[in-house]
Write a new protein. Structure first.
Lengths: 357, 345
């Protein structure tokens, strides 16, 4: 069970397109990655990078929206994309569970919280209602909700934001899933509550030995919770590495941009913020060549035509990047950026979002 | 006169909670802002931080007089504006402007950018025709928008660009004070920095006094000269930005600091297992007696449950409302790794 080297989820060249009046929207555009048993993976990206659609697709939740899905997604050998709805219902909520961003809209307002959790248990296990409710109280205790018995008979509106998210996590854990997908689990919460929830997820991952995929836009959340990170941009993974490496030796200019654009409490106050110029591209007609090239300060002519593949970084088998710059150049640039210098080859003016739209 | 542009004294705002439609009866009171005193100095950037429901947005709406205070006084530029009647507020509106959180709902979708940014001129009967158009276009240029987009509608712009429109509108009348209520929290990370830099540059260039309300401590630290930390309708700590982050004195400030996730895996690991604040913020309809933080405070003693601590100067120059402020050693534990690894970076 706890064999760490075993692959739990393997996604290969996953593509998801939605129809729109302007043409197909390429929300996910050829994504491949894998999750090992018990591993914690972070997927980081901005809105429109495809990180949520990717996970919704794995759960079969984009099936009815006129989505065109291709590629493969194997979970313990079963292909999630070709599984029948019935099969998927069995996997969903049992082997794979998901926690969403907004706990209030994920809970049904008319039913007591305990009953909703019990329902998740009874959907997958042949147990009596009483047994399910008993298990519910246990789960609420597991996620540290005080006076769990009374809380189980309350309605979602009587819960605070943090408690609702705990209840959602309890529901996700109901059937001891092997994989928990948390999509922006703390974005709607205050910092002190966020710290509680992140600690809870971390503790449960350790205790229950489940794999966790955390989807977020917050690099701080990534640093605190996961061991591996995939950075997504315009429907693709542009860099993947261990958390340590992403922060200490990132290789993709987009990752550099993200790291330099956030104000940080652990650096001196006068470190200037360097925004990424421009804005995320249209997914209907993404830029030719490297999708990041219109915003990249180090773009070369060839990058406007050639599309980079996700390749191993020389010298580090656990580090992949999709960038056409030579590895030595990337390392030299990052060394300069890290030392607070602006590399000479950065284009002076990459069209600002306001002026060029 | 004093160097304070805004002086707030014992400001209180209570919202009644009523039941019934025809025969309304008041069942309780939400203590949104409950006796806060602070000054906003000319030319500074003052940050107000706190969690949901701490009263930071209500404070902003009181200072701009979008809300009527229950009691206390607000003086703007030496004049008492606490209970000024609505019809006399128009001159104040020229001096005080606001930037809102949501760039989608704060712009009228049926109006062009030109008329949105030009509306302050129309309301105050300033400039007209070609001259107004010129002013609006130069404002658009100033905030990094293309002046040729004068006739476009808000939906044609991205979130970051819409927030620039909001900034241009706030700047139109050259106000003395701009209050920005969570100006970047609806934006993507890579866009946030664009707007923060814009606000900072404009503030320096035009010598505007800025009040920045945010829940994100790293944003507030980056932008502000002084910071007020609010908890359940009270200011619990007020200090220069550097002092606040070097040695927080109020245990709540400490807890907030240690809760912020730091994008640095090494210090993040070191901070694992740190003290996390338990429970939720109590309801503002029935706030705890005496010190409002005592129900969650790790340093709580008997005194804290009976006597409310005054806001007073503590070691290092911070002003805090606490009977047992954090010592330097205790404060150190909450800091996100500035000392050990980050300072050299």
């Amino acid at each position: 069970m706890t064999d760490v080297a075993e692959t739990l989820l393997e996604v290969e060249d996953l593509r998801v397109q939605f129809g729109s009046v302007d043409g197909p929207v390429k929300a996910v555009d050829g994504v491949s990655y894998s999750v090992e048993r018990g591993q914690a993976l972070g997927i980081v990206g901005e809105s429109g990078s495809g990180k949520s659609v990717l996970n919704l697709t794995l759960m079969g939740l984009t099936r009815f929206q006129g989505a065109r899905v291709s590629g493969r997604a194997r979970f313990e050998g079963r292909d999630l994309l070709t599984a029948s709805d019935q099969e998927l219902r069995r996997i969903r909520g049992d082997d794979i569970a998901m926690v969403f961003q907004d706990p209030l809209s994920s809970l049904h307002p008319f039913y007591r919280v305990g009953r909703q959790i019990a329902e998740a248990i009874q959907a997958h296990r042949d147990v009596s209602r009483d047994a399910a409710l008993l298990r519910t109280v246990e789960l609420l205790e597991l996620v540290e909700i005080p006076s769990a018995l009374e809380r189980a008979s309350m309605y979602p509106h009587e819960f605070s934001g943090g408690m609702r998210q705990r209840a959602m996590i309890a529901m996700a854990l109901a059937n001891e899933p092997k994989l928990l997908i948390a999509d922006e689990p703390t974005t709607a919460l205050d910092v002190t509550v966020q710290a509680q929830i992140l600690e809870l997820i971390r503790r449960l991952q350790g205790e229950l030995g489940m794999a966790v995929v955390i989807v977020t836009h917050d690099l701080g959340v990534i640093a605190e919770t996961v061991e591996e990170v995939a950075v997504m941009y315009a429907g693709r993974i542009v860099e993947r590495a261990s958390t340590e490496t992403i922060f200490s030796a990132p290789e993709h200019p987009y990752t550099w941009g993200l790291l330099r654009s956030i104000p940080r409490l652990d650096l001196p106050r006068d470190v200037p913020l360097v925004p990424i110029p421009g804005r995320p591209p249209s997914l209907v007609a993404p830029p030719l060549g490297c999708h990041f090239h219109p915003r990249c300060p180090y773009v070369r002519d060839a990058h406007r035509r050639n599309d980079p593949a996700l390749e191993h970084v020389p010298g580090d088998p656990g580090h992949e990047v999709a960038c056409l710059l030579p590895a030595e150049t990337r390392r030299r640039l990052w060394a300069q950026l890290r030392a607070g210098k602006e590399p000479a080859e950065a284009r002076a003016a990459v069209g600002m979002g306001g002026a060029s739209a | 006169m004093s160097d304070a542009l805004v002086e707030v004294r014992d400001l209180v705002k209570h919202f009644p909670v009523t039941r019934g439609i025809v025969f309304q009866s008041q069942v309780s009171v939400v203590h949104a802002v409950d006796g806060i005193s602070l000054d906003v100095r000319r030319g500074e950037t003052l940050g107000i931080v706190g969690e949901t429901g701490c009263g930071k947005s209500t404070t902003a709406r009181l200072i701009t007089r979008l809300l009527e205070p229950t009691s206390g006084t607000i003086r703007f530029d030496g004049e008492d504006i606490t209970h000024r009647a609505k019809r006399h507020l128009k001159p104040l509106r020229r001096e005080v402007q606001m930037i809102f959180q949501d760039p989608y709902s704060s712009l009228n979708p049926r109006k062009t950018v030109g008329s949105i940014v030009g509306e302050p001129f129309a309301i105050h009967g300033l400039e007209s025709g070609a001259q107004r158009k010129r002013s609006v276009q130069s404002l658009m240029e100033q905030v990094g928008l293309n002046p040729e987009h004068y006739n476009r509608f808000p939906h044609e712009f991205s979130g970051g660009q819409r927030q620039r429109i909001g900034v241009a509108r706030a700047l139109a009348l050259r106000p003395k004070l701009i209050i920005a209520d969570e100006p970047v929290s609806a934006l993507d990370v890579s866009i946030q920095a664009q707007i923060l830099n814009l606000l900072r540059d404009l503030q320096r260039e035009l010598h505007i006094t800025l009040v920045l309300i945010a829940h994100d401590l790293s944003v507030v630290r980056h932008m502000c000269d002084r910071i007020a930390v609010m908890y359940l309708g009270k200011v619990v700590e007020l200090a220069d930005s550097d002092d606040l982050f070097a040695h927080p004195r109020h245990p709540y400030t400490g807890a907030l600091l240690s809760a912020v996730p730091v994008p640095e895996p090494r210090s993040a690991r070191r901070r694992r297992g740190r003290q996390v604040l338990r429970g939720d913020v109590p309801s503002p309809t029935d706030p705890p007696a005496a010190c409002r933080f005592h129900t969650r405070c790790p340093k709580c003693q008997d005194l804290c449950t009976v006597q409310e601590p005054p806001l007073e100067a503590k070691a290092g120059g911070n002003v805090a409302a606490c009977h047992f402020p954090l010592t330097d050693a205790e404060a150190e534990q909450h800091l996100p790794g500035l000392t050990a690894s980050g300072a050299g970076g």
